[in-house]
Design a protein around this ligand. Structure first.
Ligand code: IPE
Ligand code: IPE
Ligand code: MG
Length: 247
């Protein structure tokens, strides 16, 4: 009999082999078009779906949930849309931090902070500090995030260490590269979910996704529910991960 996400919670209190789920929250614009609304309304509805994903993750007992909220390439969208998205993010942080904290959730933001406005930087700094000791789940928000940006920054860090004589080139290995990334203290994702039907990474966790499983539910992000999250988890639990070894 297939193991259900709910069973995992009741039997073990955690999802065992499933420690980290990452989601590419895509399809807000198409949702808006489908409902004859402005894109901004699609993004607003998308922000509500975030709560569903968090509840699903908490109920399944996953330790890390990463949400791709804004990519480095999303800065190339029209200024009005970028400003709508940043406004929504501020609203989200103002509205949700207390609840996240009460639920025992630790917040981590990954991405290029220098491109964000001073008020958003200050809000995320405070939120990270406030929730730093929480242990129930870590919610990672990828914001102004690009995996290639992250890898370039890591290479620069390692090159500087070599230039200073602190590191020799032959000592650079996978572990050192991983620990130079913004995700240095976060395990690799086990499962990456992308909504909206697109089947690509769009510059998300390229290094970290080496052995991730993928799920592409045919649903637009604003319609995402915790039931949908659990379906993806159940499907994941039935898969055979081989990591290149013999089955
Ligand atoms: C995801 O929805 C939100 C962000 C990328 C910030 P989109 O805005 O990409 O929606 P579609 O892909 O145009 O439907
Ligand atoms: C990826 O979605 C980024 C986020 C969901 C934040 P996009 O809508 O930006 O990706 P592409 O352009 O379809 O690849
Ligand atoms: Mg999109």
């Amino acid at each position: 009999m297939a193991t259900s996400a709910q069973q995992i919670v009741t039997e073990t209190g955690d999802a065992g082999a499933l420690s980290h789920v990452a989601i590419i929250m895509d399809g807000n614009g198409r949702w808006a078009t489908k409902h004859g609304k402005a894109r901004a309304q699609g993004h607003r509805k998308g922000a509500d779906a975030v709560r569903e994903a968090i509840e699903g993750a908490v109920e399944c007992g996953v330790q890390y949930l990463t949400l791709y909220a804004f990519s480095s390439e999303n800065w190339n969208r029209p200024a009005e849309e970028v400003s709508d998205l940043m406004g929504l993010l501020k609203l989200y942080l103002q509205r949700e931090i207390k609840t996240l904290h009460k639920q025992g959730i630790r917040l981590r933001i990954i991405g290029r902070r220098d491109r964000l406005s001073a008020d958003i930087i200050s809000m995320i700094d405070k939120a990270e500090e406030k929730t730093a000791a929480n242990t129930r789940m870590t919610l990672v928000i990828a914001l102004s995030y690009g995996s290639r940006d992250e890898i370039v920054a890591a290479m620069q860090k390692l090159a500087q260490a070599v230039a200073k004589g602190e590191l020799s080139p032959e000592d650079i290995n996978e572990a050192r590269v991983s620990s130079a990334l913004w995700t240095h203290d976060i395990p690799d994702p086990d499962l990456i979910i992308r909504t909206s039907g697109e089947q690509r990474l769009s510059n998300f966790l390229l290094w970290q996704a080496a052995y991730a499983e993928f799920s592409f539910p045919d649903i637009l992000w604003p319609d995402f529910t915790k039931a949908e999250f659990k379906l993806a988890v159940e499907d994941f639990l039935g898969r055979n991960r081989r990591f290149g070894a013999r089955p």
